[in-house]
Design a protein around this ligand. Structure first.
Ligand code: PEP
Length: 253
């Protein structure tokens, strides 16, 4: 089954509006003419609209880094799915480990966010992954299973078509320690098998599973060569046009 590779740049809490516009202009020129790969960037909320305007007419998609599940109201500091849609987002990242770690996200709140995003027609990049402690205790698969079951609870086959999964081992995020292609592939295969049990062979074969955790131009090819790795969620290396465009052009490396 051919799945279109999907590379997303998660800018996290980086880039002012001016810096975001500058980066996206560089990205557009570095990526012109590229085919056979889907690309999206996830700037902070404050830059979404400006980046959307800059991206008009380009094939680079726009993603937000989080959202809240209510439509509107007294939820100070939160942003609704409709608001993201209106500023031009196609995707939203949900359940990133930094949200789970620092902002109290649980499988249940991740599930509520995913459902709200889908209701507004946003596609979801659903992040899962184990900590170093969980890996060392041999709990990786148990944890991944729990995060999948909790995060996707209540979603049907149709909704799964708008989900991308990002496997991001927490110990590899921002640490420079990448999972080896074999370590990542082992978990990606497990995720696909779990989806086959929960849904169907068709859904499990269609869904794209990105790897995230210190992806660089140096290691992307080895990861992308694995049969169940369909893309990357890139943090640090997405903040510079040069490294991000090299990752996107992994086939040419
Ligand atoms: C991320 O935050 O999604 C990520 C993978 O970060 P980094 O590439 O910096 O490890």
């Amino acid at each position: 089954m051919e799945r279109l590779p999907f590379i997303t740049g998660n800018w996290k809490m980086n880039k002012t509006v001016g810096e975001a516009i500058h980066l996206v202009r560089e990205l557009k020129s570095a990526m012109s003419g590229i085919k056979g790969v889907e690309v999206a960037v996830a700037p902070p909320f404050t830059s979404l609209y400006a980046v959307h305007q800059e991206l008009e007419g380009s094939s680079i998609g726009l993603a937000a880094q989080n959202l809240y599940w209510e439509e509107k109201g007294a939820f100070t500091g939160e942003v609704s799915p409709l608001m993201l849609k209106e500023v031009g987002c196609h995707y939203v990242i949900v359940g990133h480990s930094e949200r789970r770690q620092f902002f109290g996200e649980t499988d249940e709140t991740v599930n509520r966010r995913i459902k709200a995003a889908l209701t507004q027609g946003l596609k979801v990049i659903f992040c899962i992954g184990e900590t170093l402690g969980e890996r060392e205790e041999g709990k990786t698969f148990l944890l991944i299973e729990k995060q999948i079951e909790g995060g996707l609870r209540g979603l049907g086959d149709q909704e799964m078509r708008n989900i991308v999964i990002a496997y991001e081992p927490v110990w590899a995020i921002g640490t420079g320690k990448t999972a080896t292609p074999e370590q990542a592939e082992e978990v990606h295969r497990f995720i696909r098998e779990k989806l086959e049990k929960l849904y169907s062979q068709k859904i499990s074969e269609e869904i794209r599973i990105q790897y995230g955790g210190s992806v660089t131009p140096e290691n992307v090819k080895g990861l992308m060569n694995q049969p169940n790795i369909d893309g990357a969620l890139v943090g640090g290396a997405s903040l510079k046009a040069d490294s991000f465009s090299k990752i996107v052009r992994f086939k040419e490396l």
